[in-house]
Ligand binder design. Structure first.
Ligand SMILES: Cc1ncc(COP(=O)(O)O)c(C=O)c1O
Length: 436
C-alpha cells in the first residue's frame, strides 16, 4: 500500500528519476520512497500543521504547473475559449467526489470567500439573528460581524463548552440559542481552534423543520472525513480543496442547494451577470460566480489530479493510519501533562486533526521554542480560557514526528511548572465518557 512505510512506483517517480535512474534509486534506496517523499515539505521541519494551509504532493503540483504552462502558451484560447469547459470538467470530478451535481458547485479561491458570498447574499433585516457556535474560525466570525453591523442583524455565538462527549448534547446546547428571529445557522463541520467535528447533519435536519437556513463551513472536511453534500442536508456548504484534499492553494468550492441559488449574489460582478447564449454555462449560479475577472485558474483545474492522487494511494487507509497516530499522540500528551482529553479518544469527534490540552503557559514563548529549538511546526492555541496544542497528522507524518513532539513538550517542562502531575509521576487524570 502506498502509505507511510513505502509505496508502489508511480508516474511521478518515473518522471523524476527516469526509468534507468529509478533502478539506481531502487538499488540504493530500498524500500521504495515513502508517502512523505511525494511532498515538497522541508525535510528538516517536523510538520504537524497540515490543518492551516494543507500541503500538495508532487504529481498534483505538476498538474497545477502544467495548467499554468498551457495557459501561458495561448492565454486567449485558454482563458477565452477553453476555460469554461475545463472548469466544467473539474466541477464534474469534484461533484462526483462530494456527491453533488456539477452545476450546484462553483470553484472559489478559499473558504473565506464562501463565507463572504453567503453572508452578503442573505437578506438580513434589523433584529434578524445568525446563530453560530463559539468555536468558529476568526476570519469568518469577522465576516458575519461585519454584515450584521451593516444590516442591524445580530451575530449570536452560542457556547459549546469542552469537554464534549455526546452529539445530542451539542445539538441541544446550540439549540438554546435559537429564537423566532434566527434566520440562519452558521457552523463549522470541523472547527478550527478546537478541531471538533460538530454534528451538523442533526443540526441541518432540525433547522429545516423550522425554516432556518443552514450554512456549513467545511474548510477542513473534504479529504479528511467523508463529505456527502446530499446526505449532509445543508442549504449551503463551502469548503477547501487546498487543505485535506491536497490541492494547490486557491482551490475551494461553494455548494448551494438549487432552490436557494436564485438568492445568491456575486461578490464581484462580472460578465456572467449578463451572459449571452454563447457564453452561458447553462447555470445562472455558475455564471455569476465562476468568472470574476482575469485570474489563474490552475489550482481549481488541478482538483481532479488531487482526487486521483488520493484514490491511487488508498486514502481511506491513510486517513485511518493517520487517525491512529493522532490518537496515540493526544493520549501521550495527556499522560505527560496529567490533563484529560477534551473528547473521548475512541470517538469520531476528531479525525486527522485533534487537540490536547496544555497547562497555562506563555503560548508565544512555547511556540517560538518549539520551532527554534526543535524545528516543530505545530499550532498552540488559546481558546476561551483554555490552551491546546492542535496536531494535524497527514500521510507524510510518521511515528518519529509524534515522538519528536512529545519529547519536545517534555523538554519544555510545561507540565511541572504549573502544578499538573506528569504521567511519569502518576498518569493522566481520568475523564469518564459514556460509551457511544
Ligand atoms: C473552519 C475554517 N473556516 C474557514 C477557514 C478559512 O480558510 P481559507 O483561509 O482557505 O479561506 C479556515 C482556515 O483554516 C477554517 O479553519
Amino acid at each position: 500500500m502506498a502509505a507511510r512505510r513505502g509505496c508502489a512506483r508511480s508516474d511521478w517517480q518515473v518522471k523524476c528519476f527516469g526509468s534507468n535512474m529509478l533502478q539506481v534509486y531502487r538499488a540504493y534506496n530500498n524500500p521504495m520512497p515513502t508517502l512523505k517523499d511525494y511532498f515538497l515539505l522541508d525535510p528538516n521541519v517536523v510538520f504537524l500543521n497540515h490543518g492551516s494551509f494543507g500541503a500538495t504532493p508532487r504529481p498534483v503540483f505538476e498538474a497545477y504547473r502544467d495548467w499554468q504552462l498551457r495557459l501561458e502558451r495561448q492565454p486567449v484560447l485558454f482563458l477565452g475559449r477553453e476555460l469554461d469547459g475545463l472548469l466544467g470538467e473539474a466541477r464534474q470530478a469534484l461533484g462526483a467526489y462530494l456527491n453533488a451535481a456539477a452545476d450546484d458547485l462553483v470553484f472559489i479561491p478559499n473558504a473565506t470567500h464562501g463565507a463572504n458570498i453567503i453572508a452578503r447574499s442573505l437578506e438580513l433585516a434589523p433584529g434578524d439573528e445568525i446563530l453560530a457556535s463559539d468555536h468558529e474560525y476568526g476570519a469568518c466570525d469577522y465576516t458575519w460581524d461585519f454584515v450584521c453591523r451593516k444590516t442591524g442583524a445580530v451575530y449570536v455565538r452560542q457556547p459549546i463548552p469542552l469537554p464534549v462527549c455526546d452529539e445530542d448534547e451539542i445539538v441541544e446546547r446550540l439549540w438554546q440559542g435559537v429564537t423566532p428571529r434566527t434566520k440562519a445557522i452558521y457552523l463549522s463541520h470541523i472547527t478550527s481552534p478546537t478541531a471538533l467535528r460538530l454534528p451538523v447533519e442533526k443540526v441541518c435536519e432540525r433547522a429545516r423543520d423550522r425554516g432556518i437556513v443552514t450554512v456549513i463551513d467545511a474548510a477542513h472536511s473534504p479529504g479528511q472525513i467523508p463529505l456527502d453534500l446530499q446526505a449532509l442536508g445543508a442549504d449551503v456548504v463551502f469548503g477547501n480543496c487546498h487543505k485535506w484534499m491536497l490541492a494547490p492553494k486557491g482551490a475551494a468550492f461553494l455548494y448551494v442547494r438549487r432552490e436557494l441559488q436564485p438568492q445568491i449574489e456575486p461578490l464581484v460582478v462580472s460578465w456572467g451577470y449578463r451572459p449571452t447564449p454563447e457564453t452561458t454555462t447553462g447555470s445562472r449560479f455558475v455564471d455569476i460566480l465562476q468568472w470574476t475577472g482575469t485570474k489563474d485558474p490552475a489550482a481549481a483545474l488541478a482538483v481532479p489530479a488531487a482526487i486521483r492522487f488520493m484514490a491511487d494511494h488508498h486514502w481511506e487507509a491513510v486517513q485511518r493510519e493517520s487517525h491512529d497516530l493522532l490518537r496515540q499522540a493526544i493520549q501521550r500528551i495527556c499522560d505527560l501533562t496529567g490533563m484529560p482529553p477534551l473528547y473521548p479518544l475512541d470517538s469520531d469527534f476528531y479525525s486527522q486533526m485533534g487537540i490536547a490540552p496544555l497547562p497555562t503557559c506563555d503560548l508565544t514563548v512555547s511556540k517560538r521554542r518549539l520551532y527554534d529549538e526543535f524545528r516543530i511546526e505545530v499550532p498552540l492555541i488559546q481558546w476561551q480560557d483554555r490552551q491546546f496544542v492542535r496536531i494535524s497528522v497527514q500521510g507524510y507524518n510518521t511515528q518519529a514526528d509524534v515522538d519528536a513532539l512529545c519529547s519536545a513538550l517534555l523538554r519544555l517542562e510545561l507540565y511541572n511548572t504549573h502544578g499538573h502531575t506528569p504521567a511519569l509521576a502518576g498518569g493522566a487524570r481520568e475523564l469518564r465518557f459514556p460509551t457511544r
